[in-house]
Design a protein around this ligand. Structure first.
Ligand code: AR6
Length: 183
C-alpha cells in the first residue's frame, strides 16, 4: 500500500483519508448534492447542518444544478471557505452516461476551484451512497479524472478524498495503488 508522500506526481498531491468532510479546514469542500441544491441526506445533510441556515439561503438563489455540473457558495459556519456543490449521477447499469457524468462532476469541481483560487480541497465519494455507484468503479473515475486534471494544472496544491467508512477508504486506496502502478 502506497502513501501519498511516496507517490510520483501527480499522486503526491492526492491524499485519501477516512473521516468527516465537514471538519476539513482547507479552502473548499465538495458536496454530493442533488439537483435542487436545497439539501438532503448523507454528506449533503451533514454539510448543510454544519454550515448553518445561511447555506441553504444562498443555494436558493442558484436555481438548482444539473447532473454533472457544479456551483460554488460560501461555507458559512464550516471551517473551509467555500462549498462546491456538484450533482452526481444515479447509478443504473454503468452504460447510461453515468461514467461521463461522474467524470464531469470532478472536472467541473476542480475547474471551479482553480477559478476561485482554491488551492486545497476535499472531495467525498460522490454518488457512492444513496445514488448507488459501485465503489471501485466510482473510485477509478474519481481518482483517474483528478490525477489527469492535476497533471495539467499546478494551481491546486492538494486534493483530499475524505471517505466516510473503512470500506470506502480501503477501496479508494486499492484503486489508487493500481492507478499509480499502471501510470
Ligand atoms: N463526510 C464524508 N463522507 C460522507 C459523510 C461525511 N460527513 N456523510 C456521508 N458520507 P451520499 P450520493 C459519504 O448518499 O450517493 C443526498 O441526499 C457516504 O458514506 O451522501 O452522491 C443528496 O441530497 C458515501 O460514501 O451521496 C442527494 O439526493 C458518500 O458520502 C443524494 O444523497 C456519498 O453518499 C446524493 O447521493
Amino acid at each position: 500500500m502506497t502513501d501519498a508522500v511516496g507517490c510520483p506526481p501527480p499522486w503526491d498531491r492526492i491524499e485519501l483519508i477516512e473521516g468527516d468532510i465537514t471538519q476539513f479546514g482547507g479552502d473548499a469542500i465538495v458536496n454530493a448534492a442533488n439537483s435542487s441544491l436545497l439539501g438532503g441526506g448523507g454528506v449533503d445533510g451533514a454539510i448543510h447542518r454544519a454550515a448553518g441556515p445561511r447555506l441553504v439561503a444562498e443555494c436558493r438563489t442558484l436555481g438548482g444544478c444539473p447532473c454533472g455540473e457544479a456551483r460554488i457558495t460560501a461555507a458559512y459556519d464550516l471551517p473551509s471557505k467555500y462549498v462546491i456543490h456538484t450533482v452526481g449521477p444515479v447509478y443504473r447499469d454503468g452504460h447510461s452516461g453515468e461514467p461521463e457524468s461522474l467524470d464531469a462532476c470532478h472536472t467541473r469541481s476542480l475547474e471551479l476551484a482553480v477559478e476561485n483560487d482554491i488551492r486545497t480541497l476535499a472531495i467525498p465519494a460522490i454518488s457512492c451512497g444513496v445514488y448507488g455507484y459501485p465503489l471501485a468503479e466510482a473510485a477509478r473515475i474519481a481518482l483517474g479524472t483528478t490525477a489527469d486534471f492535476l497533471r495539467r494544472c499546478n494551481e491546486i496544491d492538494r486534493v483530499v478524498f475524505v471517505l466516510f467508512d473503512v470500506r470506502t477508504h480501503a477501496t479508494f486506496e486499492a484503486v489508487r495503488d493500481e492507478l499509480v502502478q499502471t501510470g
